[in-house]
Design a protein. Sequence first.
Length: 238
Amino acid sequence: MALVLVSTTRVEPPRTAAAAHLPYGHLVRLAPVAVTGAALSGLISGAFYALAPVWMQDEGIDRESIALFMLAAVLGGLVFQVPVGRLSDRFDRRVILALLAAGLAGATMVLIHLPHTRAVIVPTAVLFGGLMSTLYPVCVANAHDRLPDDRVLAVSSHLILTSGCGSALGPLVGMGLMRRFDIDGVLYMIAAAALVLAILAASRSLTSASPPQLERTFNILPPQPTPLGHDPVGMTKP
């Protein structure tokens, strides 16, 4: 249905400017925390959404609690976006990222060792989902702080690809750990990945200065008139 609407319209497509080229190695050198964080956040989220229900079922948790746990994790990711975003605008984003990753590692250990009752797993799921879902946005913001405005598209595309690769590897690595160790192996992997990110972000915040964070006003563009059909002057034969 969407294709029908697009294919039958007579409105000319907008003119797009060529995106500035950004070598991937240049992005890694300028924003190593952002690139590593995008990869690890993808690894964590991919493993969690693919294997957390399997882990909970093997732990003997009933299906209703599993569904409630996953819902709470998603809602936690929604609730945490605004407060974490405001904190990252006021403080060094790498410090915020280190705190988020350290908190995520702690929440993961809570899931492993505390009793698996609804009174425990549901609040932990809210905290876990909120911390997990804010890692990638903070990494993207940190990368954009370090590159000019004309590289926004290139930076975003590189980080999306990096996060996607991590998401693809997460379930594969998690399944391997679950077969080699036990069902808790996937959660230990998530905790280890979060701890690595926390250490990296904290160490970089101590060894290099934070880039200035410029506040830009958000202006809504007025509607632009778009020509319909083809230009009749350009179609006229000489």
